[in-house]
Design a protein around this ligand. Structure first.
Ligand SMILES: [Zn+2]
Length: 428
């Protein structure tokens, strides 16, 4: 089949600059990008030509720390600190989960991601085969991991190995798998060593919560006489690529460890604010050249899965916390939500809107009043957009959402099933 041409579009190029031009997509890849002054129809043939002047086209956003099925617990246990929230609300509810509950909750969460322009998420949870099933139905890209905790013993490690092979055999190229030790305060150093050995055997990465609250850092220090990131360095965790969620309280020494290894630090400002954990030192991370991305965390502690809102908050917090308006400028939207995570999760792929780039794209309508004047669209993405301006979503060159309608599953039917499950689990 000949390529499809998206004509007269505004787009963000692979350097993060705003451009106008024509984008040709063939199968799952961007075939060519033509400058606006060239008419590709003169010398080339296309299957279809789609007038696209109403859109800002850019790579899909990447949500790098989620617990997707936790949409089921949205609004339950609000306004509590982390430890109380986990122990009195979340853990007892999680004991009641079952396959179908996780499957339908995952699809509901994925619907929210898609409506807000997200084409990839990096997740840690349980019932991973159900989350993977939901991803396959939806057609979304994901990195999944099974949450592991020490008291559950080696069964989680064995299960992770099985899941890794199962997902590989299922052949869905859009799903990858990492090991998911929950945190240094729920996994002992001995246990983490086994996690590293397993990750090495599978040649895969590790997703972990690090230094989320002050008290967890103090507890680790009291027990092991070093800080959590120093501890996990000693057990060899950084031999593998690491997704490090939170990193709110880090020492200079720990920051240098993060900088010197293959690490993606994931900043989750809403969750850190809502659980009153604190504000991560993101200016310091950026200054040091630590690779950073943004996550929403689960919907129980946010309570949204919207990266537009998340990065907006990240920028404002960064400025006000250090009373410095130049910090966290709008030009960070593209690197933090697109480029940095792509370079971490897909280091060997051509990325972005350029020939050979994967056609994981979102189409943002730019004729909303709050996006005028239209010259400043890069600034509007950070400071004015809400997320609901995303009209179409394409993954691997296929339409997943068109005119805000999800095409791969029946969103209304999922909402109905989800509500039944919610009543079953949360109300009894
Ligand atoms: Zn988390």
């Amino acid at each position: 089949m000949l390529p499809t041409l998206y004509k007269d579009s505004t787009y963000i190029d692979h350097y993060g600059n705003l451009k106008t031009g024509h984008i040709a997509i063939q199968d799952d890849l961007i075939q060519s990008v033509y400058p606006i002054e060239i008419d590709p129809l003169k010398d080339h043939r296309f299957e279809t030509v789609v007038p696209s002047s109403s859109y800002l086209i850019m790579p899909g956003l990447m949500n790098c720390h989620t617990h997707i099925p936790m949409v089921l617990f949205r609004g339950l246990g609000d306004d509590l600190p982390l430890s109380e929230w986990l122990h009195t609300k979340i853990f007892p509810l999680e004991d009641k989960l079952y396959n179908e509950a996780v499957y339908f909750s995952s699809l509901l969460g994925i619907a929210e991601l898609l409506h807000n322009g997200c084409t990839f998420f990096s997740d840690m949870y349980f019932f991973v085969e159900e989350i993977a099933k939901a991803c396959s139905v939806a057609g979304i890209r994901a990195n999944l991991s099974l949450g592991l905790m020490d008291p559950k013993g080696d069964s989680g490690l064995h299960q992770s190995v099985e899941l890794y092979h199962q997902l590989k055999e299922a052949g869905n190229q859009k799903i990858s798998f990492f090991m998911g030790p929950h945190a240094p305060y729920t996994c002992s150093p001995d246990y983490l060593e086994k996690v590293v050995m397993t990750a090495e055997k599978l040649d895969t990465g590790i997703h972990i919560h690090l230094n989320e609250t002050e008290s967890e850092v103090e507890n680790i220090q009291a027990e092991y006489h070093c800080r959590p990131i120093e501890l996990i360095k000693q057990v060899g965790l950084f031999k593998r690529p690491v997704v490090a969620a939170h990193c709110v309280f880090t020492s200079e020494q720990e920051q240098m460890i993060l900088r010197d290894h293959t690490v993606l630090v994931v900043h989750n400002p809403s969750s850190n604010c809502k659980l009153a954990s604190g504000i991560a030192p993101v200016n310091q991370y950026l200054k040091m050249g630590i690779r950073m991305a943004i996550g929403t965390d689960g919907a129980a502690s946010n309570n949204q899965l919207n990266l537009f809102k998340e990065i907006h908050l990240a920028s404002l917090l960064s400025k006000v916390s250090e009373k410095e308006a130049t910090f966290f400028p709008h030009k960070l939207f593209y690197p933090l939500l697109c480029q940095n995570p792509a370079s971490f999760f897909f280091p060997h792929q051509t990325y972005g809107i350029q020939p050979g780039g994967r056609a994981d794209l979102i189409f943002i309508r730019k004729d909303y009043s709050h996006l005028f004047p239209q010259e400043n669209l890069l600034s509007h993405l950070m400071y004015s957009a809400q997320g609901n301006e995303v009209e179409h979503v394409m993954i691997d060159g296929k339409w997943i959402m068109k005119d805000k309608q999800i095409l791969t599953f029946d969103e209304k039917a999922i909402q109905t099933e989800f509500t039944k499950i919610y009543r079953d689990i949360a109300k009894c």
